[in-house]
Design a protein around this ligand. Structure first.
Ligand SMILES: Nc1ncnc2c1ncn2[C@@H]1O[C@H](COP(=O)(O)OP(=O)(O)OP(=O)(O)O)[C@@H](O)[C@H]1O
Ligand SMILES: [Zn+2]
Length: 743
């Protein structure tokens, strides 16, 4: 009997919408191997072999056999669960992204998919080495390269030659040399992909009654293994972390995995230290700074259920968890949870969807929950647990406004100054009292703009609609959008006048300069994303601050987040109005959150905190509510404004960004798009308008905005409208559902 060969559907990790059909592979016995949905396979696509996943549903029997290719290889990695496949479909559908692009985020580590059974691996030899060594200790003397290998392998065994060499930063001959010495040995096995399980007897601190009530509630949700969304709403310093650590412990006890999403994991050394202290072991980390070997190990461990706790940036949400029992989104209001590249998604919102699919609770923790989140609390979709006071009875800091129109910063000998008399005085007092002060300005570099005094020319990025920012430490100008960098010219590039270029406005480097000048006796330190180049650099700085080797800290928004410095009592905000401009619908909310978080760094222990905001608009609701410490009043005012404008969360938005290298081709295409804008009840499409960044990385950009009522999904509108016209090959159309950036 001539049976028809069996086929299946495989979703390949290319930007394609749907799975392709393939023939099941033939085993050595000439019989086709049956595969189940979720199995990871390698398949031929054109001339390449790419990873894919056997997808649900049946292949189309009408496709002629000769058109079908055979699956090339079946990966040994654990089958991806139906929950993840459904999640990929959901995210693709919601964000209007190709399913293959979303799946690619889940299979983001190609090396992890390779079959590794029976690899040659290295481990430490534990009996005494035969080589003669140091007479005193009996241990062989090692070169530093060799010692690095020993250090790596002592931490965890089961390394391949290539991974071990790479992780230790040495050549493979160093590893082989150690093998000859008899200090390490090779064996054949599958690498060990697992992370330690936190000790069951590790106990946390004694919780306050409020913390205890919140933690009991979360623990019982974890034990119930049912979906719910809980907002953990606690003032800064109320001990939210300690509370959700209890929930993590409960998930571990249930034998399930816990995921913690942090906005800036690479900068979260304090968080990791606390975790280690509480649980005795480190969690699995997931972020862009991992070495390839660690990436592979982590991916595999997550998929096999051998990473009990994963802490990561937003992309950790896409990992193939075996059995997720809890998700925490810390600082849930943070804008960095929104990805604006490739697949445009909001990790907090998608995390809620994933928790639902996993039937587990999700905790959104913040001292300043997003308006979206609070409206979901009001309408009953989310529940809320409140921690009303700071841990250990520390009070909230006093917030005062400095009106820059009256208290104008005095000029320094070297040029303009940015710190008012009131702020200078407060810093002096703080330093004299032996406490720490922090100056906050959310602007990297020395000056945001450089201008020619003679002809007025402004130094601009050649590829973007943006000023070049001076970074004096490197004596360079930089574009903060595309990374373009040039050295600071001597003469004006336009009129060639000498000594005529002047920096305008302050960046943090300039504040450091002023601080050093005004407080020569102080230890001034700078903390910004471009000075904290690695987790180790960040940790070193955090340690210096904790040890009080720094007494005057200057920083950008990286200092605003989650840090706990007990001796920091004064926070000065150099330009509180900075975030309010720019026509962004969330400008006020974001400014309130950021300043509230920064203010929350002050006076977290015994000594009372004081916060000074320099503003030119002290009557602004953001400044007034910050001063009154009335977050809920701010949210009320903000909700009213948004409701009036039918803006999120009371209406829905989708941005359509069209870009291309040729401006007239772009404008023609946008004009055709504009002509085909459909008439829809309850929705409208605005545009095209030049994007505020009308030129970005050498591409011209135009924007449309779809605004719809809460009850109408903008996805459907975008889909049918954009399907009518095919974009020319050089033009790119991006749809950003629920946009956070309007540049
Ligand atoms: N029950 C407790 N016992 C002892 N120390 C605690 C307790 N709860 C909190 N702390 C300590 O109080 C400090 C503040 O707690 P934590 O950082 O968890 O607050 P938070 O609510 O996350 O603050 P933020 O929103 O500002 O990041 C930390 O040093 C923490 O270790
Ligand atoms: Zn640029």
């Amino acid at each position: 009997m001539n049976k028809q060969p069996l086929r299946c559907r495989v979703q390949v990790i290319l930007p394609i919408e749907r799975p392709y059909d393939y023939l099941l592979p033939y085993g050595s016995d000439g019989i086709q191997v049956e595969l189940e949905p979720g199995q990871v396979v390698m398949v031929p696509v054109g001339r390449r072999i790419l990873p894919g996943v056997v997808w649900d549903g049946v292949a189309d029997e009408n496709v002629p056999l000769k058109k079908l290719k055979e699956i090339a290889e079946v990966s040994e990695v654990p089958t991806l669960r139906e929950e993840l496949r459904k999640f990929v479909e959901w995210v693709a559908n919601y964000t209007l992204s190709p399913q293959g692009s979303v799946l690619k985020m889940a299979l983001s580590v190609p090396q992890a998919l390779e079959n590794l059974v029976g690899q040659k691996l290295y481990r430490l030899v534990t009996d005494n080495p035969k080589e003669e060594g140091d007479a005193d200790t009996g241990k062989p003397r090692l070169t530093s390269a060799r010692q690095k290998v020993i250090d790596v392998i002592t931490d965890s065994g089961g390394w391949t030659l290539a991974d071990l060499a790479r992780e230790a930063g040495v050549s493979s001959s160093v590893v082989k040399g150690l093998e000859k010495l008899g200090l390490i040995e090779s064996y054949f096995d599958a690498p060990d992909f697992s992370f330690s399980v936190p000790k069951p007897d590790a106990v946390g601190p004694v919780l306050s009654p409020d913390q205890k009530a919140a933690s009991d509630d979360l623990v019982s949700r974890v034990q119930d293994q049912a979906f719910s969304t809980v907002v953990l709403d606690g003032v800064t310093g109320s001990g939210k972390t300690e509370v959700y650590f209890e929930a993590i412990e409960a998930a571990i006890k249930e034998g399930r995995q816990a995921l913690v999403l942090l906005p800036e994991i690479a900068l979260s050394s304090q968080w990791l230290d606390r975790f280690k202290k509480r649980f005795g072991v480190a969690p699995a980390e997931w972020h862009s700074d991992l070495t390839p070997a660690l990436r592979r190990k982590t991916w595999r461990a997550v998929a096999a259920g051998k990473a009990p706790v994963v802490v990561g940036a937003r992309s950790a949400l896409m990992l193939p968890y075996r059995d997720l029992g809890l998700i925490i989104v810390d600082e849930e209001h943070e804008g960095s949870f929104k990805q604006e590249d490739g697949v445009y998604y909001h990790a907090r919102d998608m995390a809620v969807v994933r928790a639902k699919g996993c039937s587990c609770p999700i905790v959104l923790a913040s001292a300043t929950p997003a308006l979206e989140t609070m409206v979901n609390v009001q309408n009953g979709r989310y529940e809320r647990l409140i921690l009303p006071g700071r841990h250990g009875g520390a009070g909230m800091p006093d917030v005062e406004l400095i009106d820059l129109r009256f208290d104008k910063p005095e000029r320094l000998q070297s040029g303009p100054g940015w710190l008012s008399q009131a702020l200078r005085g407060a810093i002096r007092q703080t330093l004299e009292a032996g406490e720490q002060a922090m100056l906050f300005l959310n602007r990297r570099g020395y000056a945001p703009l450089t201008l020619c005094r003679t002809c007025g020319h402004r130094l601009q990025c050649p590829h973007c609609t943006a000023w070049l920012v001076e970074h004096r430490r490197f004596r360079r100008l930089q574009c903060h959008h595309c990374g373009f960098s040039a050295s600071l010219p001597e003469n004006c590039p336009s009129c060639e006048a000498e000594d005529s270029l002047v920096p305008c406005g302050p960046g943090v480097e300039r504040i450091v300069e002023e601080a050093k000048l005004l407080f020569p006796e102080a230890n001034v330190a700078l903390m910004a994303s471009d000075t904290m180049t690695s987790p180790a650099a960040t940790k070193a700085m955090v340690d210096r601050i904790q040890n009080r080797e720094v007494n005057l800290l200057v920083g950008t928004q990286v200092v605003a987040k989650g840090y706990h410095f007990p001796f920091l009592t004064l926070v000065g905000v150099v330009d509180a109005d900075l975030g309010l401009f720019g026509g962004d619908l969330r400008a006020a909310e974001r400014t309130f959150q950021l300043l509230h978080q920064v203010a929350g760094r002050a006076g977290r222990a015994e000594h009372k905190g004081r916060v000074l905001l320099q503003t030119s608009d002290p009557k602004h609701p953001v400044m007034q509510t910050l001063k009154e410490g009335d977050r809920d009043k701010f949210l009320e005012i903000e909700a009213e404004t948004r409701a009036r404008g039918h803006l999120p969360p009371f209406g829905r938005l989708a941005a359509v960004i069209v870009s291309g290298p040729d401006e007239s081709e772009l404008d023609n295409f946008c004009a055709s798009l504009a002509r085909s804008i459909p008439q829809i009840d309850g929705a409208q499409i605005l545009g095209p308008a030049p994007a505020p960044l009308a030129l970005l990385r050498g591409k011209f950009r135009r924007r449309f905005l779809i605004m719809s009522k809460r009850t109408i999904a903008p996805q459907g509108i975008a889909r049918s409208w954009l399907a009518q016209l095919k974009a020319p090959s050089r033009i790119k159309v991006i749809v950003d559902i629920d946009p956070y950036s309007f540049l």
